[in-house]
Design a protein around this ligand. Sequence first.
Ligand SMILES: [Zn+2]
Ligand SMILES: [Zn+2]
Length: 332
Amino acid sequence: MVHFCEWVFESLPSRLQSLLFLLLPLFDLHNRLAWFYILGFLVIAACLYWFSPDNSKDRAWGKFFNDTFPPALYVSHSFRLDWQCYLINGLLKVALNLSVASIAMAIALSSRQIFESIFGVSPLRFESNLLLILIHTFFSIAIFDLGTYCAHYCLHKVPLLWEFHRVHHAAEGLTPITGFRDHPIDVAFKKTIKSLFLGIYLGGFNYLTKGQIDTVTVDGTLIILFLFDFTINFRHSHLWISYGWHLEHIFSSPILHQIHHSQKEIHLDKNLAEVFSFWDYLFGTLYVPTQREQLIVGIPGERDYENIWQLYFQPFTKAWKKLHHSAIASNL
Ligand SMILES: [Zn+2]
Ligand SMILES: [Zn+2]
């Protein structure tokens, strides 16, 4: 029966497969809502709950589910907008069918040709070995993450771009679905910058090594990203998961991203990296908590969007007004 279902699924056109995966994300192995990531989320959350001294007196499965999935959060207006974004952005993704990997590969090919036309054919020759594979794996994800950091920094600091990124920050509660609440312009900008960083790095590395070196992957995903994805759903949650002061200067823990959503002034524009917090440390935007803090998420002094249409279209009108005002100011 399972094989029959797989056969039927694989016979479908690729866009229809993507559409089914959008509606049934548990079975899409490249989705952060895939069953093993959700299972990982539940196991880690259960361990945290069970071994927390705060719950030593009244441990119960009912209380665990209530604490992990607070009903008020999952029936909120903010959560409804998150889900609507998930579906609309998913449909756009199916329609456009563009991935960072495919754009980065095209950029890598062009940049390798540019390197060859400027510097000639590389005289170096490297034989593939474990050390080079590990170095290449590390730099692939580190440079990709640097691209994420730079894009995220611009989305916060450039007023025009902030209008689109504020869609993500307007969420008044964090659930794993909030991770999908992004404006398409925000997504397109981040994808472009990440693809540029990764593509130029891959082009340069392929030029030097003649494209001989592989990376360590799990089902096509770089291993570090694959492992990181087991904690990705906690980044948008209310569960306090910290790696400790020292490790949080290297890896971005879920709590660092939750702090990124916090309204406190001291937290604003902090913790912009996704995988490696050392980028934040290097550029002075790291905030590592020394103790547990109460976080209120959202944008200070502002409310969430009233409905999904406002969420998608208001950023364009606000950005247009900003452009118009700056054009008038420059003419004065
Ligand atoms: Zn942000
Ligand atoms: Zn977020």
